[in-house]
Design a binder for this molecule. Structure first.
Ligand code: UDP
Ligand code: MG
Length: 315
């Protein structure tokens, strides 16, 4: 008999009453195929408005491996992940979606990889974006290109949150206590050796996605603000550029007035310049506002989530 390892599976759930039983069934099958491992399933109910919590409680009643944490309201998936990581007790911790888009069947291989001691993390990456609107794919690619350039964090295109990590890596993630949590960046930021497993995108088993284009756009801005300060330099760079242009134009206007004596015409161009420069100034102020807003939220030091009920005896 080998020494038993403990694996905690963290599942953030928001309105997943249809998916959760399916997920539980699948994960149980996988758990059965890994007899040397002791499992803990940690469902984080992120303020669902449907029967997700009731289902989690029922599962907990018949299966002592099931733990649940229920938030006082919807705090977002990132908060759910954090709560899960904070409360997981396993030697290895996996993060998975409830909708079976993260195939539990990949877990045994992930575990083997980490068990060999060569890797600290086995993470998944989609090789295609099938079933996604083309415009969304286009902007997603653009976003990854941009953020990889302007942040010095390794943020992988197509990476999902689905991964198995060692306790050491989990503790590193937990040491990042920021309020604005952008997991894709955090996973990259802590470093450690990650093995990337490619897989073909799977569509949701049941229920529907909580994302729309607008939410994704805001999320990407959050990601950039959280992991890069390059946008802040835009104001400085543009300021220098515009000073140079202005200087050149002043010389030109003077020369023209002295040589040809025509100081009055040029009203339309003046207006264009005023509007253009005004726009750029507001744009730069807006960028600073974004960072200021994030700082404001960080400084308040609010809790990342609030628990209403749970069957955990820890803490
Ligand atoms: N989720 C959550 N809180 C939210 C939104 C989503 O806990 O506010 C969970 C959701 O229940 C699911 C996972 O995060 O388990 C991924 O959500 P979804 O499937 O909607 O995202 P997608 O797979 O489309 O990126
Ligand atoms: Mg999903």
């Amino acid at each position: 008999m080998m020494g038993t390892d403990r694996i905690s599976i963290i599942v953030p759930c928001y309105n997943e009453q249809e998916s959760l039983p399916l997920f539980y069934e699948e994960i149980c099958k996988v758990a059965q195929s890994m007899p040397t491992v002791q499992f803990e399933f940690l469902f984080v109910n992120d303020g669902s408005r449907d029967d997700t919590l009731t289902i989690a409680k029922q599962l907990a009643q018949k299966d002592e491996r099931v733990k649940y944490i229920s938030f006082s309201r919807n705090f977002g998936k990132e908060a759910g992940l954090y709560a899960g990581l904070e409360n997981a007790s396993g030697d290895y911790v996996a993060v998975m979606d409830a909708d079976l888009q993260d195939p539990p069947s990949m877990l045994p291989e992930m575990y083997q990889l980490l068990k060999s001691g060569e890797y600290d993390c086995a993470a998944t990456r989609r090789v295609d974006r099938k079933g996604e609107p083309p415009i969304r794919s286009f902007f997603a690619r653009l976003f990854y290109k941009l953020i990889r350039k302007i942040s010095n964090t390794d943020i992988v295109d197509g990476a999902r949150d689905f991964r198995l990590m060692t306790r050491q890596m989990v503790d590193a993630i937990l040491s990042m206590k920021e309020y604005n949590r952008f997991s894709k960046g955090i996973f990259g930021w802590v470093g450690f050796k990650t093995y990337w497993m490619d897989y073909v995108n799977v569509e949701r088993a049941a229920g529907e996605t909580k994302w729309n284009f607008w939410k994704l756009l805001l999320y990407s801005i959050d990601g950039i603000v959280a992991f890069s300060t390059v946008p802040l330099s835009i104001a400085a760079v543009m300021g220098i550029l515009f000073c140079l242009i202005a200087f050149g134009m002043i010389l030109f206007v003077f020369a023209r007035a002295l040589i040809w004596g025509d100081p009055v015409s040029g009203w339309p161009s003046t207006i264009c310049i005023i509007l253009g420069v005004g726009g750029i100034q507001l744009f730069c102020t807006g960028i600073m506002g974004q960072y200021l807003a994030k700082m404001f939220m960080e400084i308040k030091n609010r809790p990342i989530y609030i628990v209403k009920e749970s069957n955990l005896d820890r803490k």
